[in-house]
Write a protein that binds this ligand. Structure first.
Ligand code: HEM
Ligand SMILES: [Cu+2]
Length: 762
């Protein structure tokens, strides 16, 4: 089958489908109502003049919202294009032999799929969302450099065309070949999409194919566009913020865009340079990456020094959206805002220190390799902080069923699987086995697909009322989101399974034994594809036919004090343009801006109550800890008598602090630890976790923590003994938790009541 024609017709089919939806929706809207009522006032006939005016307007606009929409539209087109590549790859892999497309075509497909998705889909869509909403979120009139903004966007269409000129030329050639002799158009037919992998490793990328040059130029151009956008974001966030917005109450999405942009500023110039070096090698006889010159490994260093930060460039905005959207649908403020910001900064810095984990098998010096393994594992910590904060945000929240909720929860799940498998890959011995297999493909798609597009979809639903003034079809959206989550899990976890079976990646054919799982993965991919089409339909159809919204607060954000500035802006606009009055009294509206104290307290005045609380809490905690630990000792003593618990476990505790094993000392440590660490955890989290500290929360903590202790204490007991031991550890912890929680609740309750009364009088 001719690949280019297949791809172009699929693309054409999607575009035609969209147009049909637009036309039908518009036609229905313009029809007079059946009772012969009002005239078709909204009917608009699109004349040539209107079309021209619209074309001029959209190509010359410098308004941040319009440019944002252009970015989003461009990114969506690229996503559909790259998505069609993906569907073709998966269709090809349905059978073990290469009988649909040739091996060459297969290589072209995965090369261009990767590049299109990473470069032309993700960053543009996030820049679009940033352009539209960031100024609204920070109360700016526009981006800092509106014209530069337009230039940054308009560099993208030509760069996509350059990068994918191969297929454009091929199709044009094939069409022209029908009417003109083939030797007239031999130039066009010489183009061929590169089949060199998205990482463009030499010497493969040095092979003669004119299209590779255009690809490199296109990528270079897109890099310039990205850098321009990043500069604009940084400047806007730093200089255009409203007076009421400082660093502490800058919203989390803007924080993420700021740090993403900072990474871009450091990473992209490097990519640009490397691309130029490769172009020079290809065309002007330099030898940067030739074996007799710098060598192919030099390319890998340069590419991955950009490439790993790039992973975070496309990932951080997604986490920003998650941190912004999730709280709105679970009715609780984002937990640990500060720590999410810190973790984002930490990722930004660390992302430049891990690139060589992509090169573990290239014969890098083992000592260097080991240090990259350490930093790669370390970067999991800030990522995990985010996950814990999201989960804690949901904890006991008023979780509402809506498409964004499904997408957020699904993403967290997929991201956890993707992230944890990434930690394994960061470990050299594991990577050596798996790096060339589908395990890697499964791992990175769980992140690339699992959180990035899912958060874009969530954002599209969340802000849809604001963008269009209408509501999307909620039932379809819930169905679509569920399908997307299920499809993603099915596809990419199956790829992981294939990886465990050590199926190598980037092969067009495979042994027949793998075909069962390959079919499952392909089915999953088609589920994803179908759900994306549903989304497209919903977005377009609802734009014309959705129920017009009657309030600026469709998500009831005011009730949870999360009616953020962009919605406030929308509320003003609705009132101005449609006369929709604000749905609540004026005072409730600016709730997002933190209340300013009337009279600032003196320093000691501010410290004293804090110090008093800390001292009280510490005292209460310590007493509770002693009670809990003593009760726990009782259970452990019984366990020792029954032979289910080995006292040796206590003795080894001292080795953790670098002392020789000693029973008495170990028990002492156990007591001190129980007195301090646990109550501290308890008290500090008890402030945030809803439901305060109760016996039930105590049991929860105990249950969660006990497996860790079971592992730590386990000193080689075997068989039945181990089982009994495992039972006794939770038992002991439960008793401890009850003792601790009971004591703290008793002591704390006694003290708290009068002091709250005091606070209210102040
Ligand atoms: C429907 C969703 C998707 C499917 C079914 C899919 C499928 C695939 C397949 C089968 C490969 C080839 C792996 C190999 O041969 O080793 C691949 C590679 C790749 N995909 Fe996707 N993909 C999807 C979405 C995405 C998204 C959303 C992104 C990025 C945001 C992405 C980025 C990549 C990259 C970077 C590669 C690496 C290409 C290479 O091996 O050089 N994919 N994808
Ligand atoms: Cu990496």
């Amino acid at each position: 089958m001719n690949r280019a024609l297949a791809e172009v017709s699929l693309f054409g089919a999607v575009v035609v489908g969209c147009l049909v939806v637009v036309l039908v929706a518009q036609r229905l809207r313009a029809e007079p109502s059946p009772d012969g009522g009002y005239a078709t006032g909204r009917e608009r006939r699109l004349g040539l003049g209107d079309a021209k005016a619209a074309a001029v307007r959209w190509t010359t606009t410098t308004n941040h919202r319009e440019i944002g929409l252009l970015y989003i539209a461009f990114g969506t087109v690229a996503a559909i294009w790259g998505g069609i590549d993906a569907m073709m790859i998966r269709t090809h892999l349905l059978t073990p032999e290469a009988n649909l497309w040739t091996e060459q075509t297969y290589n072209e497909l995965f090369t261009m799929h990767g590049l299109t998705m990473l470069i032309f889909f993700v960053t543009p869509v996030f820049f679009g969302i940033g352009n539209y909403f960031l100024p609204l979120l920070i109360g700016a009139d526009d981006m800092a450099f509106p014209r530069l903004n337009a230039i940054g966007f308009w560099l993208l269409p030509p760069s996509l065309l350059l990068a994918r000129l191969g297929i454009v030329a091929e199709v044009t050639g094939a069409v022209l070949a029908v009417v003109v002799p083939t030797d007239w158009i031999s130039v066009l037919l010489a183009f061929q999409e590169p089949a060199i992998g998205w990482t463009m490793y030499p010497p493969l990328s040095l092979a003669p194919n004119p299209q590779t040059n255009f690809l490199l130029l296109g990528l270079h151009l897109s890099g310039i566009a990205t850098t321009i956008g990043a500069i604009n974001f940084i400047t806007t966030i730093i200089y255009e913020r409203d007076e009421s917005i400082g660093w502490a109450n800058l919203d989390i999405f803007s924080w993420n865009m700021l740090i993403t942009s900072a990474i871009i500023i450091f990473a992209f110039p490097l990519l640009g340079t490397a691309l130029l070096m490769l172009l020079f090698d290809r065309n002007f006889g330099t030898t940067f990456f030739a074996v007799e010159g710098g060598g192919p490994i030099l390319w890998q260093h340069l590419l991955w020094f950009w490439g790993h930060p790039e992973v975070y460039i496309i990932f951080l905005p997604a986490t920003g959206l998650m941190s912004l959207i999730l709280p709105k649908f679970v009715g609780r403020k984002l937990f640990g805002f500060k720590f999410i910001v810190y973790s984002t900064i930490a990722i930004g810095v660390l992302s430049f220190g891990v690139w060589a984990h992509h090169m573990f098998v290239t014969g890098v010096d083992p000592r260097v390799r080991a240090s990259f393994m350490a930093t790669s594992i370390a970067i999991a910590v800030p990522s995990a902080i985010k996950v814990f904060n999201w989960i804690t945000t949901m904890w006991n929240g008023d979780v509402r069923l809506a498409a964004p909720t499904i997408l957020c929860v699904g993403s967290i799940g997929l991201f956890i699987v993707g992230g944890v498998t990434g930690i394994f890959l960061a470990v050299i011995p594991v990577d050596v086995i798996y790096h060339g297999t589908y395990y890697v493909v499964g791992h990175f798609h769980l992140i690339l697909m699992g959180i990035i597009p899912l958060m874009m979809f969530a954002a599209s639903y969340y802000w849809y009322p604001m963008l269009t003034g209408r509501m999307y079809d909620r039932r379809l959206a819930i169905f679509q989101s569920s399908l997307l989550v299920v499809g993603s899990a099915l596809t990419f976890m199956t790829l992981m399974a294939l990886g465990f079976l050590e199926l190598p990646r980037r092969y067009a054919t495979y042994p027949a034994g793998y075909s069962g799982l390959q079919v499952v993965a392909t089915v999953g991919a088609f589920i994803i594809g179908i759900s994306v089409l549903m989304w497209l339909y919903n977005m377009i159809w609802s734009y014309f036919q959705g129920t017009p919204i009657e309030t600026a607060d469709p998500w009831e954000l005011k009730a949870t004090q999360q009616f953020t500035p962009e919605w406030q802006w929308f509320e003003d606009r609705l009132e101005r343009e449609r006369g929709v009055p604000p749905s609540e009294p004026e005072e409730v509206r600016p709730s997002y801006v933190p209340a300013q104290d009337d009279r600032p307290l003196s320093l000691s005045g501010r410290i004293k109550p804090v110090a008093r609380t800390v001292a009280n809490d510490a005292g209460t905690g310590a007493v509770g800890g002693v009670v809990g630990t003593l009760l726990m000792s009782g259970v452990l003593a019984v366990a020792v008598l029954l032979g289910a618990f080995d006292l040796e476990s206590f003795a080894t505790l001292t080795t953790f602090v670098g002392l020789p094993a000693n029973l008495a000392l170990g028990y002492g440590l156990f007591l001190v630890g129980g007195m301090t660490v646990w109550p501290l955890l308890f008290l500090s989290l008890g402030e945030y976790l809803p439901g305060e500290l109760t016996l039930v929360t105590g049991l929860w903590y105990a249950t969660v923590i006990s497996p860790g202790f079971a592992l730590a204490f386990y000193t080689g007991q075997t068989g039945l003994e181990l089982v009994t031991f495992l039972i006794f550890v939770p038992l002991a912890h439960w008793i401890y938790g009850l003792g601790l929680a009971g004591t703290i609740a008793y002591l704390g309750g006694r003290r708290r009541r009068p002091s709250t009364g005091e606070d209210e009088n102040e």
